[in-house]
Design a protein around this ligand. Structure first.
Ligand SMILES: Cc1ncc(COP(=O)(O)O)c(C=O)c1O
Length: 464
């Protein structure tokens, strides 16, 4: 396929060096040649030849508040001049105040006391949450998780991530999770409403506890072999699948009956992606643990962490030094996180995101009417999905989506005299879902532009 974004001579040289010196183990080259980017602002990134691309995935939802957000960038700059670093054994104001913000918010929303614990990155915070729940359940090491779920690629996190692909080469360092079907209604059995399918999935799960012979439950002592259920309220890598609204409250009922903790992974859907601080807030359940990362710092610093109920994490049960990272609760990260909380408390982000999300989804629905290859569109806030299928509107068509992604990266779409590229992310059980995570600061004009760019790519796909 011709690629008009031929790498510049400088890029060529860099790519040769990359091929020689960089591990490919920490990246994926989805397109050839890979683009090299040089700057970013708002909803856009620019490559080394200064071609602009509208970004609809925002670093896998790490940059919810737009690239180079002035307020958040300034918080980082000010912290660099004040207290850029301090060993984790010492305290600083930012860590304490950010913990307070998160814990007080959780108490107001869920009526639960709890504490906040930091680490770097999502996967590492998942690892810490595994320690919290294993410890609280007196060493039970088995977890439930969902088919289609993604919790990261460190050894513990990949053991509760559904894809075997992420474990295949490395053997087992801990027991893999028991993976339970997620209520993915579009691909579920026909003849059930979304809510009925949600209840059906919960009933299937509850069947495990009917008798000891189903393998997880000892009715004589009322004990489950599994410590916790790890959930992404809206599946991220799994394709932005939004479950029925009755699902989690019904699931939680079964978990409570059997002493199983609910760990909510908000790493991708947290920080207003779905119009709420935590996406689990849409579902009227109380989590036991919330794990977060990514957009806490708008992607400026790899700070991540977790909130857990007081009973699970108080220093008596989870003592000092239970986990440690040199960079945990680093002052640069906590300063940006704190500013993000202040910023989102001064303005109704919830309403803004829901309104923009509704508008974006209407645009996607309009495209769906015109392109039979769009099987499903859905969205919650600005977490939106668009499933690319064969013309029957159902058979997953990864090849066509791959084509669209490559075309978007050519940077040659002319709209009103301006040449643009479009950055799309691919997710889903069949890798045929555009998982749309635009900047929450995206303007309505940019949403129109996004729909126009998708329209052009779909048109090219149909002409192919
Ligand atoms: C839901 C979810 N959990 C965990 C992770 C892992 O986070 P990180 O990539 O920061 O290790 C991700 C990353 O995409 C994610 O989306």
């Amino acid at each position: 396929m011709s690629d008009i974004r031929i790498a510049t001579a400088e890029d060529q040289l860099l790519l040769e060096k990359e091929a020689r010196y960089c591990s490919y183990g920490d990246t994926v080259h989805y397109i050839e040649p890979p683009r090299i980017f040089s700057r970013c602002k708002g909803s856009y990134v620019w490559d080394t030849s200064d071609q602009a691309y509208l970004d609809l995935q925002m670093w896998y939802s790490a940059v919810n508040f737009g690239y180079a957000n002035p307020r958040l960038n300034n918080a980082l700059k000010q912290q660099i001049d004040a207290l850029p670093q301090i060993a984790s054994q010492y305290l600083h104001k930012g860590k304490i105040e950010l913990s307070e913000m998160i814990a007080v918010d959780a108490r107001n929303k869920f009526g639960l006391d709890g504490r906040v614990h930091f680490n770097v990155g999502g996967s590492q915070s998942i690892e810490d949450s595994l320690k919290v729940v294993r410890n609280a359940s007196q060493g039970k090491s088995l977890m439930f998780a969902f088919e289609g779920g993604y919790h990261g690629r460190t050894l513990g996190a990949s053991s509760i991530t559904s894809s075997y692909r992420y474990r295949r080469r490395y053997g087992h360092f801990g027991e893999r999770a028991h993976f339970i079907p997620f209520p993915y209604h579009f691909r579920g059995p026909k003849g059930m409403t979304k809510e009925e399918y949600g209840s059906h999935c919960v009933k299937q799960f509850a069947r495990l506890f009917e008798t000891e012979y189903n393998g997880v439950w000892d009715p004589k002592v009322g004990q489950c072999e599994y410590a916790a259920f790890y959930v992404e309220p809206i599946q991220g890598t799994g394709g932005y699948v939004i479950p029925p609204m009755n699902f989690y409250s019904e699931l939680k009922h079964v978990l409570d009956q059997h002493g199983i903790l609910l760990v909510v992974d908000e790493i991708q859907m947290g920080f207003y992606r779905t119009g709420k601080l935590w996406s689990i807030e849409h579902f009227d359940v109380k989590p036991d643990v919330i794990v977060f990362g990514k957009a806490l710092t708008n992607g400026l610093n790899p700070l991540g962490g977790l909130w857990a109920r007081e009973e699970l994490i108080n220093p008596g049960i989870f003592p000092p030094g239970s986990t440690h990272s040199t960079f945990a609760s680093n002052p640069l990260g906590t300063a940006v996180g704190l500013e993000m909380f202040k910023m989102t408390s001064e303005f109704d982000y919830g309403a803004m995101v829901m309104n923009k999300g509704k508008y974006f989804l209407e645009g996607l629905k309009d495209l769906q009417k015109r392109y039979p290859i769009i099987g499903d569109v859905d969205g919650l806030g600005l977490a939106l999905r668009c499933e690319i299928c064969a013309p029957d509107g159902f058979t997953p068509d990864k090849a066509t989506l791959d084509f669209m992604v490559e075309e978007g990266m050519k940077g040659d779409i002319e709209i009103d005299g301006t040449r643009l590229g479009l950055i799309l992310d691919v997710g889903g059980y069949y890798k045929n879902v555009i998982t749309l995570a635009p900047s929450l600061e995206i303007s309505y004009q940019e949403i129109d532009l996004a729909i126009a760019l998708l329209d052009r790519l779909l048109h090219r796909a149909m002409q192919r």
